[in-house]
Design a protein around this ligand. Structure first.
Ligand code: FES
Length: 104
């Protein structure tokens, strides 16, 4: 099974199992990682905001316009910011690393 890494707000690295087909948001919830996801993946909030490791950002492709619009509302936006509910795990993403943005 692929794995992925979350870097928590205090800098702790969490390597977790990342089942193919689950979103980064769902994976975070499975492992009690503090990513909110208030709208449960329906692109109506920005509380699932994660900052993708620059080495991985290109592999994820570009976000849709809807995702971009929602990201504009996210606190602490960075160049590789994405919405965790819109990143779906695949075998090719084995090792994906994302950081939780600073509290906001
Ligand atoms: S959970 Fe609301 S946009 Fe991702």
């Amino acid at each position: 099974m692929p794995k992925m890494t979350f870097i928590e707000r205090d800098g702790t690295r969490r390597d977790v199992d990342a089942p193919v087909g689950l979103s980064v948001l769902e994976i975070a919830h499975k492992h009690d990682i503090d990513l909110e996801g208030a709208c449960e993946g329906s692109l109506a909030c920005a509380t699932c905001h994660v900052v993708v490791d620059p080495d991985w950002a290109a592999k994820l492709g570009t976000p849709t316009d809807d995702e971009e619009d929602m990201l504009d509302l996210a606190f602490g936006l960075e160049k590789t910011s994405r919405l965790g509910c819109q990143i779906v795990m695949t075998d090719a993403l084995d090792g994906l690393t994302v950081r939780l943005p600073k509290a906001g």
